[in-house]
Design a protein around this ligand. Structure first.
Ligand code: PRT
Ligand code: ZN
Length: 287
């Protein structure tokens, strides 16, 4: 059906909002995300963006109000909605963890038997306790879970942790991980055309941008007799590009390196005789 637009739900205001908007902008999708907007239409891609509370996103996608969404895995799995996870997006990383009052007796998960655990994730916690055959009381609260033990509401908590500062400042100690989480792109399974193709294009853009973020473009000069050694350090996508330099006996090598260990790679290249090394950010990368 010509003119049909894909509806993407993202968090309106919170920890995933900025990174979701940044990802769309890096994909060259232009839209107005002015304050207070509930929906925005992209100018240069058949996409409408719906700004919602993160907890509502799985249900809205399941109900067909949106076709796809960006949400934390924690929220998606807690919702119990039957959607498809299309892509892990590499931001919003955290873990859902169990924590007890520092210094309290804890040896293993079975130490939680008969205890009261406060959480905003009752489904995920209950499933975890059941899987580990621990009988504990799950007490659902919607916010400020970390203060529950100090005000006598619970013995332990199950909440999201990233740096661990919140647990530390509330005198709590992390004892077990229930799940690791990051932002994911989810969609309904039954999308028809042309929405399916539009979603494929969006996915392609997301993965090209994420791939680019994980890699850098590298250029260097090297004496010809060192090229074999340098090639081994720089596998590139297929193989490095090697071009002769005007200076006799030298060439220029172009390739792609992973961000994760780029400094180690640069040091190895330098020791192998490389000079004039330039490392440049990549906007999009398609393998
Ligand atoms: O208003 P709305 O309902 O949309 O937002 P919200 O307040 O429910 O969610 P928000 O914006 O806090 O988080 C959105 C998503 O970000 C979560 O569902 C996770 O997928 C992801 N995320 C990543 C986190 C954290 N890191 C995180 N640290 N969500 C929450 N926290 C909180 C945590 O609950 C605890 O209070 O941060 C505190 C712990 O952080 P540290 O760094 O002190 O350990
Ligand atoms: Zn929420």
């Amino acid at each position: 059906m010509p003119g049909k637009r894909l509806q993407l739900a993202i968090q309106k205001s919170g920890r995933l909002s900025e990174a979701s908007i940044k990802l769309l902008k890096k994909c060259d999708i232009r839209f107005d995300n002015g304050l207070g907007k509930l929906r925005s239409s992209a100018f240069n891609f058949p996409l409408d963006i719906l700004f919602l509370r993160d907890d509502d996103i799985p249900q809205y996608v399941a109900d067909g109000v949106a076709d796809c969404g960006i949400v934390g895995e924690n929220v998606y799995y807690e919702s119990g909605s039957e959607l498809e996870i299309l892509q892990h997006l590499g931001f919003g990383k955290c873990r859902l963890s169990l924590a007890v009052v520092k210094g309290s007796r804890y040896e293993s998960l079975s130490s939680l038997t008969g205890k009261k655990i406060a959480t905003s994730y009752p489904q995920l916690l209950s499933a975890f306790l059941e899987k580990n055959a621990v009988e504990a009381e799950v007490h659902t609260i919607s916010g400020s879970v970390e203060i529950a033990p100090s005000i006598g509401v619970s013995d332990a908590i199950c909440d999201l942790v990233s740096s661990g500062n919140t647990l530390f400042t509330n005198g709590l100690e992390e004892v077990a991980t229930v799940m690791e989480s990051e932002a994911v792109l989810v969609s309904r399974r039954d999308l028809g055309e042309p929405l399916k193709s539009l979603l494929k294009s969006l996915e392609f853009r997301f993965s090209s941008v994420n791939e680019a973020l994980n890699n850098k473009y590298i250029l260097l000069n090297a004496p010809i007799e060192k090229i074999r050694e340098i090639e081994e350090i720089l596998p590139g996508i297929k193989s490095p590009t090697i071009l002769p330099l005007a200076k006799e006996g030298w060439c220029s090598v172009h390739s792609v390196i992973g961000v994760k260990d780029s400094w180690e790679t640069i040091e190895q290249l330098k020791s192998a005789g490389a000079e004039g090394i330039l490392v440049i950010a990549i906007d999009q990368m398609v393998r």
